[in-house]
Design a protein around this ligand. Structure first.
Ligand SMILES: Nc1ncnc2c1ncn2[C@@H]1O[C@H](COP(=O)(O)OP(=O)(O)OP(=O)(O)O)[C@@H](O)[C@H]1O
Ligand SMILES: [Mg+2]
Length: 142
């Protein structure tokens, strides 16, 4: 079980998977999870591992679509803000309707790029490279 704030150095993909699965026990619909960290640090990998606990096995990077929607034991919205150039792109897809949906678990990769649309309460999972497979993962609740 994970107690927040939480920090760990993972030494393999399997360990990241275990962190995502333990973290999922804390999360319920209405929760928003921001994922921050450099390109290729493991944000999508983490969402994929988390979602497997909900019976969702079609997680992919939403970079081009801005948001992917999945349905398993719970409903999931999976955002990626990396390619957003203008805040209106988010308002155009109805970002507030998504973030206000208390029936969905919401993941937002690169959320730090557009903090304006992030509600006041969220979890943040931060990834830092140590080397090609080691990562520092920090999780806090705000
Ligand atoms: N310990 C680890 N935890 C997570 N991923 C790892 C680990 N070691 C290696 N990897 C690899 O690192 C890559 C992480 O890619 P991923 O798409 O999850 O990154 P990302 O943070 O979502 O990048 P982007 O910013 O482009 O969306 C994957 O290829 C994964 O297999
Ligand atoms: Mg990604």
């Amino acid at each position: 079980m994970i107690n927040l704030p939480y920090e760990i150095i993972v030494e393999s993909e399997k360990e990241t998977e275990n962190v995502a699965k333990s973290f999922s026990e804390k999360i319920s619909p209405g929760d928003i999870i921001l994922l921050t960290g450099n390109l290729g640090s493991g944000k999508t990998f983490f969402v994929r591992s988390f979602c497997s606990t909900l019976g969702i096995n079609n997680v992919s990077s939403p970079s081009f679509a801005i948001v992917n929607e999945y349905e398993g034991n719970e409903k999931v919205y999976h955002f990626d803000f990396y390619r957003i150039k203008n805040l209106n792109e988010l308002y155009d897809i109805g970002i507030d309707d998504y973030t206000n949906d208390v029936e969905a678990i919401i993941f937002i990769e690169w959320a730090d790029l557009w903090r304006e649309v992030i509600p006041r309460h969220y979890y943040e999972v931060q990834f830092n490279f140590i080397d090609s497979i080691k990562r520092k993962i920090t999780i806090k609740k705000v």
